[in-house]
Design a protein around this ligand. Structure first.
Ligand code: CAO
Length: 547
């Protein structure tokens, strides 16, 4: 038996990284390479592995401490004989993890200011790790990126890390895909920079970094603000990838993959919302319990949500199978989530917008002179904002704890935009404070950005309510799905000229069909009735907006 001091291994130059998880306890028996603690810096998280097999005698750090290479984190008792030196060397970084280098990245030759330059993007120093997996592609060709933005995420045996952009610019191409293996210096794409930003080996931050970052909600439900996380401006598509939405050490990620668990379904109890191994085990236990009890309990016996049958459609006729776009997949997942979680009620009304249409048409020429297209949408935005102020029980979200309501004192409204890649919901902020022209301009700009794939994650976050207008397309009505955590959504269909009784006779009026879906957990029917009636009244007489 010999005692061995456990030290923090080579962190690839990173310094003062956070201890975010203690994976073992005193008395535990561990195998060589078992994770002892998990550390996390700006750009990566990594396990500190056991240098040898043995028993943990002490752990001298706790969650929240900061450690650097060479720091003692505890002591082990090992089976080894005399050669197990008291001060045995820490696990070599080469074998433990891809850790970003802080300094080695050679500075590329600076370009003249303002000059466009295409440069190869290379994998930075992985701390000796070789052939690590590309687990996520965070950007695509045409994306604008800021220096430090994650381009891809790689994962080795013991750590995951973002490969950040070393310069601001536009991605020309990405030449790797998920599942590929890369090593230090491998070219993963090309970036166009304006001046000498240098796109080669990304100068990874001085610390290993959490590949996984808390993230904003997916495209179709982007209203959820991202929880505080040490990640700036994450790319929208990446944020919706389950693995990117969660904080977890590489070992936990690996286990989750092996068990087929989507990490963002697991309730985290670790520091800063990190999923630990215990959380994963608790989740699996719960699922097993549910599956076992589901067969016998509940009204209706074992009739629950039956799995979809697998069907070979080619038996019925010729078919082709195409991959779904990322946005399509995310939208599908969000729609299922919202449909299954939110008890929906949809209420209908028609707004008489005869006068609004006269006013809009009268203002059309003036609007065009200002370069603005005045469609019904800005009026709908304004009326919905007024209704949210009038009936504030719509301007809320249910708190995750199931015990609180979050009331919002701002009015940001999402606008569903039909794009070739799928449904996007950009958010127009402070609608209540903006004029019709400003809203028209912003709605048009957002719709164009959505269709061009140029929306930033922040452009799709923070909505209080959503408007989905199919008026230009057609239909007499539809029941929109609430974009949780918002609690209401307005579906607008095509206006129709209809005979309306004015007390003496039928007169032709322009009627706009409205459908208001709401989360009945947050909003009661009375408030929904008041909200929609008020909204229709405002649209019928926009002078009410001045009151
Ligand atoms: N009834 C009749 N005509 C309408 C209308 C309505 N309710 N709403 C808009 N129109 C007219 C506009 O006035 C415009 O006519 P003119 O060109 O003669 O002025 C025309 O339809 C086209 O409008 P638009 O599409 O350019 O602009 P918009 O402001 O009406 O809509 C946007 C913008 C982004 C909401 C829309 O383009 C869009 O993408 N809608 C689809 C949203 C969607 O997919 N929802 C479903 C989500 S759930 O799957």
């Amino acid at each position: 038996m010999a005692k061995q001091v456990i030290k923090v291994p080579d962190l690839g130059g990173a310094d003062q990284v956070d201890v975010i998880e203690i994976a073992v306890a005193v008395g535990d028996t561990v195998a060589e390479e078992d994770a002892l603690i998990v550390v996390e810096g700006d750009k990566a998280s990594m396990d500190v592995p056991a240098p040898v097999a043995g028993k943990i005698l002490s752990i001298s750090v706790k969650e929240g401490d900061k450690v650097s290479e060479g720091d003692v984190i505890g002591e082990m008792e090992t089976e080894a004989g005399g050669e197990a030196a008291e001060e045995a060397a820490p696990a070599p970084a080469e074998e433990s993890a891809p850790a970003p280098a802080a300094e080695e990245a050679p500075a590329p030759a600076p370009a003249a200011a303002g000059e466009e330059k295409e440069e190869e993007i290379k994998v930075p120093d992985l701390g000796g790790a070789d052939a690590v997996d590309v687990i996520e592609i965070s950007v695509s060709a045409g994306d604008s990126v800021e220096e430090g933005d994650a381009l891809i995420v790689v994962e080795g045996d013991k750590a995951s890390m973002d490969v950040p952009s070393s310069a601001s610019g536009t991605i020309v191409s990405i030449s790797v895909k998920e599942g590929d293996k890369v090593s230090t210096g491998d070219v993963i794409g090309v970036i166009k920079t304006l001046s000498g930003g240098g796109a080669a080996p990304a100068p990874a931050a001085a610390a290993p970094a959490p590949a996984p970052a808390a993230a904003p909600a997916p495209a179709a439900s982007a209203s959820q603000e991202p929880p505080a996380a040490p990640q700036k401006d994450p790319h929208v598509e990446r944020d919706h990838t389950p693995s990117a939405e969660v904080y977890a050490g590489p070992a936990v990620r690996k286990l989750a993959r092996e068990l087929g668990v989507t990490l963002n379904k697991v309730k985290p109890t670790g520091p800063r919302g990190r999923v630990t191994k215990d959380d994963l085990h608790a989740y699996i236990k719960e699922q097993v319990k549910k599956a076992e009890s589901g067969a016998v309990s509940g009204v209706g016996g074992n009739i629950g949500i039956a799995p979809m049958p697998e069907i070979d459609f080619s038996q019925f006729g010729p078919v082709t199978t195409e991959p779904m776009s990322k946005i399509h997949k995310l939208t599908a997942a969000n729609m299922s989530r919202n449909w299954l979680n939110v008890p929906h009620v949809t209420q209908f009304d028609d707004a008489d917008i005869t006068e609004l249409e006269d006013f809009r048409k009268a203002m059309k020429a003036e609007a065009e002179k200002r370069g603005v297209k005045l469609t019904p949408v800005p009026f709908l935005l304004k009326a919905a904002a007024a209704a949210l102020r009038e009936v504030p029980s719509f301007n809320v979200s249910l708190h995750n704890d199931g015990e609180h309501i979050v009331k919002k004192d701002y009015v940001h409204i999402g606008m569903a935009v039909d794009t070739p890649k799928g449904l996007m919901v950009p958010v127009i902020r402070d609608v209540d404070k903006k004029g019709l022209y400003e809203l028209a301009e912003e709605a048009t700009a957002m719709a164009i950005a959505a269709r061009d794939g140029k929306l930033k994650p922040r452009d799709m976050q923070g909505a209080c309510f959503t408007i989905s207008s199919l008026g230009a397309i057609g239909g007499t009505g539809f029941t929109p799905i609430v974009n949780a955590p918002e609690v209401g959504i307005l579906g607008v269909s095509k206006l129709a000229i209809r005979p309306e009784w004015n007390g003496k006779e039928f007169v032709p009026r322009k009627m706009l069909p409205l459908a208001l879906s709401y989360d009945h957990r947050a909003v009661n029917g009375g408030d929904a009735g008041r909200f929609l009636t008020y909204l229709a009244d405002v649209l019928a007489d926009v002078r009410r907006l001045l009151l």
